[in-house]
Design a protein around this ligand. Structure first.
Ligand SMILES: NC(=O)c1ccc[n+]([C@@H]2O[C@H](COP(=O)([O-])OP(=O)(O)OC[C@H]3O[C@@H](n4cnc5c(N)ncnc54)[C@H](OP(=O)(O)O)[C@@H]3O)[C@@H](O)[C@H]2O)c1
Length: 241
């Protein structure tokens, strides 16, 4: 068997870190060589543990700096943290190319969500009116979710058509490039995205539900397998599927 992949997790004490670490530790093909939390020195941890991969599950204010430091220290980087500013893209892409490393920026690490988005894009020509309803636990910091915004943008690019503006716009959700996105926040909910699509004559509903953060393990494992075949900024898990 080949050597286990050496992984450092940044944001190890957060909800994602705590959910994924035991699953990753239980695998024989992965070795957790570092865990970094707030207040720890990422560069020192990287120099001490020399991981092949860094998984970042932190916060939008630190993720760009983490990606830069991890690339400088020679790791492939899996960014699961949402909100990495697009303005950082040219510099991080250049750095990753200089170091011959892959930088996966995956706002959603569930292959199932990525495949749902791909299926929805293919359906748009036949059912071009689209609305999205997403629901999450009430501690979620952003609304609408990064995933639902991304789905809306993708479907708008694929030709989704806005509906008529009638009545008070407030309850009609956020207009993301002409696609309405509705957000629900309640205690106890896990991530759910419902994409409703219709024409005059037929409709379809695509629903994804994550029953826990463990749903994101498959994307991490995919990245450990396939990211080393890529150099530079990689846009979303889809590029690895
Ligand atoms: N890509 C995906 O599929 C996916 C899925 C779920 C979530 N996410 C994203 O992943 C990120 C983490 O989510 P979460 O639910 O785990 O959030 P969370 O519970 O708030 O965890 C974030 C963790 O990062 C820590 N942190 C902050 N600054 C740090 C630093 N400089 N160095 C190391 N750790 C630092 C925080 O420490 P403190 O506790 O001290 O603040 C916290 O433990 C969010 O951006 C979320 O949107 C992505």
């Amino acid at each position: 068997m080949s050597e286990p992949r050496r992984l450092l997790v940044a944001g190890a004490n957060g909800k994602m870190g705590r959910a994924l670490l035991p699953l990753l530790e239980a695998r024989v093909d992965v070795e957790i060589v570092g865990r970094v939390g707030r207040g720890d020195d990422l560069r020192a941890a990287l120099q001490a543990s020399r991981p092949t991969f860094v998984l970042d599950v932190t916060t939008p204010d630190v993720v760009a700096e983490h990606a830069r430091v991890a690339l400088e220290e020679g790791a492939h980087v899996i960014v699961a943290t949402t909100g990495l500013p697009e303005a950082q893209r040219p510099a991080l892409d250049r750095l990753a190319r200089e170091r011959q490393r892959g930088l996966l920026v995956a706002p959603n690490l569930s292959p199932v969500v990525v495949l749902l988005q791909a299926a929805a894009r293919r359906l748009v020509p036949y059912v071009p009116r689209v609305e999205i309803l997403e629901s999450h636990h009430e501690a979620k910091r952003d609304a609408p979710s990064g995933t639902s915004r991304a789905t809306a943008r993708q479907l708008a690019e694929a030709g989704a058509r806005p509906g008529p503006d009638r009545g008070d716009p407030t309850p009609r959700g956020l207009d993301v490039d002409g696609v309405r996105v509705h957000s629900m926040r309640l205690p106890g909910l896990h991530a759910r995205q419902e994409v409703r699509m219709a024409s005059e004559h037929e409709g379809v509903m695509l629903v994804h539900e994550a029953y826990g953060r463990e749903a994101y393990l498959a994307g991490v494992l995919l990245a450990l397998d396939r990211l080393p075949d890529h150099v530079g900024w990689v846009d979303g898990l889809e590029a690895l599927l």
